[in-house]
Design a protein around this ligand. Structure first.
Ligand code: RIB
Ligand code: CA
Length: 321
C-alpha cells in the first residue's frame, strides 16, 4: 500500500510526546508499505521542532530518502485558538538542531494534493496530528477527498473521557475548525480515537528492552520514551503508561482488521467553550437521520485486537531498533 503520514513528531524534543516516531518506525518496518512521504504539522511541538526531529529520525533509521514536507505552523483560526497557539509558542526554539535545520516554506498541502489527486484511489493518509494540513489539502482541490484510498484519523473519542480536557482528545482540540472541515469533506475516514488507543500500552520494561540493542536509534527511542513516561507520570498522577495512539492508527491503516468499527456521523464542537474539540458521535442511525438529516461520515473504531497489535509492534518496532 502507498502511505503518507501527516505528523506532529515530538521525538527528539526534550520531554515531548515521542509516539509519532514509533508510528513512523512501524510504517517503515511494515513490508507491505511504501511510505511515500511525511508531512509535518504543528501539534505536540511546532514545525520548527518536528522538522529537525524528522530529519534525525529518518537519518538514524537509514531512510533519509523519504520525502519530507513542512506544513501548517498553527491552527486555522489562531485568534479563536489562542490557548493552542500559546501551547506551541511555549516550546520555544528546538534544542540540539543545527542552523540548516530551519524548516523550509510549507509545501505539505501541495504535496498532499499532488500525490492524492495524481494517483486516484491509491494513497492512504494516516493523520496522527492535528488536521490542519489535511483540511488545507481538502480545500485546495474539490477532487482531493474523493481521490483518497483512505484517511485514518488518530483523534477524537466516543465514550471515554478526553485526554486534554474532559471533553476532547488532543489532536482534535488543537484545531477543531480543521477537524470539522475534514469530517465534513466526504473523505473515506476511519477514526481511531481514545476508545481504542487507550487499550494499548508501552511501559518501561518495553523501552528497556528496546534500548538494550545499543544502536544509536535504539538509544534515541528508549530515552525519548522514558522521558515522556516521566512527564506523563507528573501530569496524570501516577498513570505511567504511554499509549500507542499514533502507532495503532498507522497499524490500522495497514491492516484495518486489527480494529472493529461502527459507521457514525462525527460532528466536531468548534465553540470556544469547555467542549471545544469534542467529537460528538451519532451512532444510532435512526436518531441521527431524525435529528440531523445526515448520514454517517466515518467508520469509528470501537474495538481492537490488542494482543495482535502489541505483538506486531514488538516485532516491527522494538525488536528492530
Ligand atoms: O491524543 C493523542 C495524540 O496526541 C497523539 O497523536 C499523540 O501524538 C498526542 O500528542
Ligand atoms: Ca501525534
Amino acid at each position: 500500500m502507498r502511505l503518507v503520514i501527516d505528523t506532529d513528531l515530538g521525538m527528539g524534543t526534550a520531554g515531548a510526546d515521542p509516539e509519532d516516531g514509533l508510528a513512523i518506525l512501524y510504517a517503515l518496518r511494515s513490508p507491505s508499505v511504501s511510505l511515500e512521504g511525511l508531512t509535518l504539522v504543528h501539534g505536540n511541538v511546532p514545525v520548527s521542532h518536528s522538522w529537525p526531529n524528522a530529519r534525525r529520525l529518518l537519518d538514524l533509521a537509514g531512510r533519509a530518502d523519504i520525502a519530507l514536507h513542512a506544513g501548517e505552523r498553527g491552527p486555522r483560526d489562531p485568534l479563536r485558538r489562542r490557548l493552542q497557539a500559546g501551547w506551541l509558542a511555549a516550546r520555544g526554539s528546538p534544542s540540539g538542531g543545527t542552523p540548516d535545520d530551519t524548516p523550509p516554506p510549507a509545501t505539505a498541502t501541495e504535496f498532499l494534493r499532488e500525490i492524492v489527486v495524481g494517483s486516484p484511489g491509491e494513497i492512504t493518509i494516516a493523520a496522527i496530528g492535528p488536521l490542519t494540513n489535511v483540511a488545507a489539502a481538502v480545500e485546495s482541490d474539490p477532487g482531493f477527498a474523493g481521490a483518497l484510498a483512505g484517511l485514518v484519523v488518530m483523534g477524537g473519542t466516543v465514550a471515554v473521557p478526553g485526554n486534554i480536557t474532559p471533553a476532547a482528545e488532543f489532536n482534535i482540540w488543537m484545531d477543531p475548525e480543521a477537524a470539522s472541515i475534514v469530517f465534513d469533506s466526504g473523505s473515506p475516514i476511519t477514526m481511531a480515537g481514545l476508545d481504542v488507543c487507550h487499550r494499548t500500552h508501552l511501559d518501561r520494561a518495553q523501552t528497556a528492552q528496546a534500548g538494550a540493542s545499543g544502536t544509536r536509534l535504539a538509544e534515541f527511542v528508549a530515552q525519548a520514551c522514558d522521558a515522556w513516561i516521566d512527564v506523563r507520570a507528573g501530569l496524570l498522577e501516577g498513570d505511567e503508561d504511554l499509549h500507542l495512539y499514533d502507532t495503532l492508527a498507522v497499524a490500522a491503516a495497514i491492516a484495518p482488521d486489527l480494529l472493529d468499527y461502527i459507521d457514525a456521523l462525527v460532528e466536531v464542537e468548534t465553540s470556544t467553550g469547555p467542549a471545544q474539540g469534542m467529537t460528538v458521535t451519532h451512532t444510532n442511525a435512526t436518531l441521527r437521520r431524525l435529528l440531523t438529516g445526515r448520514e454517517a461520515n466515518a467508520r469509528v473504531a470501537i474495538g481492537v485486537d490488542t494482543g495482535r497489535f502489541e505483538r506486531l509492534f514488538a516485532e516491527r518496532v522494538m525488536a528492530g531498533l
